[in-house]
Design a protein around this ligand. Structure first.
Ligand code: HEM
Length: 421
């Protein structure tokens, strides 16, 4: 696979020499409180243009329109954009970050072709059939939590559950799960951009290892098919197909990257929000049936993915703004989630909020998160089972925030579980 080109929104800005622009503060780790920046962008108008040429929106209605409008493409990673990108030197071969090579970074019709390959695994029916397995994974993890001393809930629960769920879906054998967790962490850690040679080397090494692993897994599943995504994608595509082995690799790796740290932080943010809002926690303990709505409110209030990027595909006037082809647009999902035009008293964490589900944390349009149903299922089961089992769960130290901007959550969450009396 070709050159290492990590094309995140930050990289787009960098590619367009936009770092240093006030807008870049929104996505830079030292840019100050995020929600203030989002509010400023929202108050600035439907679309705010930065001095150096990028656009941003934090309004719910505008963000929804952009995500659904084919005149805004996903950030291209190949072809001409490559020339724009910083091309870091990395030891040996050249690679593309799995997200950049996957259907998340492609416009239709190619996007449609590849998404269809794996979509059957995420239908409501397929998810209903998986519910028991997710519940079993969550319960097993709860059984293993130490109740005698403080534990880091991020490592021991919030990370452990999504890793097992995604490995189960992909048909990855249990002994490999720990490696998967490390890969997911490295890849998610690079989503803000790559800034040092060390980070590039680490990413490079991870991708070499991951590529080799998935190639082997696909070969194995060709010979020994199981009931999993990898078996299915190799079964449904032949040598004469327009889908190459590279496409299959990028697709399965996308499921790992997209489905892992996002869900880890949904669970972590959910636990932290409940522990920080005792009234909400009391209400949830009294009515565990609120789990599904609680998950929507956690997604709205503390979106694990803070923003996404699009590229203007043609010159146009949009919401009164004159947009030019190839200009980048930041869609501030988390800003849209706090838009008072849609959500009453948006700063309030309200687990019974009637329209919490209108959040944009899963994006929208053709790239609407394929795994949204699975994430909702994992989040609801994890939060319900955790607090049912340990109703006296409490913080045992200060959680350590993640330094990343794109992915929002905590790196550690020290808690005391307290065995039920
Ligand atoms: C796409 C968020 C969980 C698979 C996306 C996008 C967002 C997102 C924002 C679209 C980005 C864009 O429009 O540019 C989340 C969040 C999750 C989550 C917040 C958890 C709370 C999952 C899970 C899976 C998954 C569990 C699968 C196992 C995908 C895939 C795409 C995607 C395959 C690409 C869809 C496409 O381009 O057509 N996700 N995701 N996600 N997500 Fe998720």
């Amino acid at each position: 696979r070709a050159t290492l080109s990590l094309l995140t929104t930050r990289t787009v800005l960098r590619a367009h020499s936009l770092l240093g622009d006030p807008l870049a503060r929104v996505i830079s780790p030292d840019g100050g409180p995020l929600l203030d920046a989002y509010r400023r962008v929202r108050l600035g108008g439907p679309l705010v243009r930065s001095r150096l040429g990028a656009w941003a929106t934090a309004r719910h209605s505008v963000a929804s329109q952009i995500l659904r409008d084919p005149r805004f493409g996903v950030v291209p990673f190949a072809g001409d954009s490559r020339a724009l990108l910083p091309q870091p030197k990395v030891g040996g071969g050249t690679l593309v970050h799995p997200i950049n090579d996957s259907f998340l970074s492609l416009d239709p019709p190619r996007h449609t072709r590849l998404r269809r390959l794996v979509a059957p695994w995420f239908t409501p029916r397929a998810l209903r059939a998986r519910t028991d397995r997710v519940e079993a994974i969550v319960r097993r993890r709860l059984d293993e939590l130490d109740t005698a001393r403080p534990v880091d809930l991020m490592a021991d629960f919030a990370t452990a559950v999504p890793v097992e769920v995604i490995c189960d879906l992909l048909g990855v054998p249990t002994p490999e799960h720990a490696r998967f967790a490390t890969w997911g962490e490295v890849l998610a850690g690079t989503l803000d951009g790559l800034f040092t040679v060390r980070e590039m080397d680490r990413l490079h090494a991870t991708m070499v290892e991951m590529d080799a692993f998935f190639r082997e897994l696909m070969d194995f599943r060709r010979r020994h098919p199981g009931e999993d995504v990898v078996s299915e994608v190799v079964r449904s595509t032949g040598p004469d197909d327009d889908v190459t082995t590279e496409d299959l690799l990028a697709t399965t790796e996308l499921l790992l990257v997209a489905g892992f740290e996002t869900t880890v932080n949904l669970i972590g943010n959910g636990v932290l929000a409940l522990l920080s809002h005792p009234d909400a926690l009391r209400r949830f303990l009294a009515d565990p049936g609120l789990a599904e709505n609680l998950v929507e409110e956690v997604l709205r209030h503390d979106s694990p993915v803070q923003f996404t990027g699009r590229i203007v595909r043609e010159d146009m006037v949009f919401e009164g703004a004159r947009l030019r082809r190839d200009e980048p647009v930041l869609v501030l999902l988390s800003g849209a989630n706090r838009d008072p035009a849609v959500f009453d008293d948006p700063e309030r964490f309200d687990i019974a909020r009637a329209n919490a589900r209108e959040h944009l944390s899963f994006s929208g349009g053709v790239h609407y998160c394929l795994g949204a149903g699975l994430a909702r299922l994992e989040g609801a089961v994890a939060l319900r089972e955790l607090f049912q089992r340990f109703p006296r769960l409490e913080l045992a130290g200060e959680p350590l925030p993640r330094p990343t901007r794109l992915i929002h959550g905590v790196r550690t969450l020290p808690v005391r579980c307290h065995a039920p009396a």
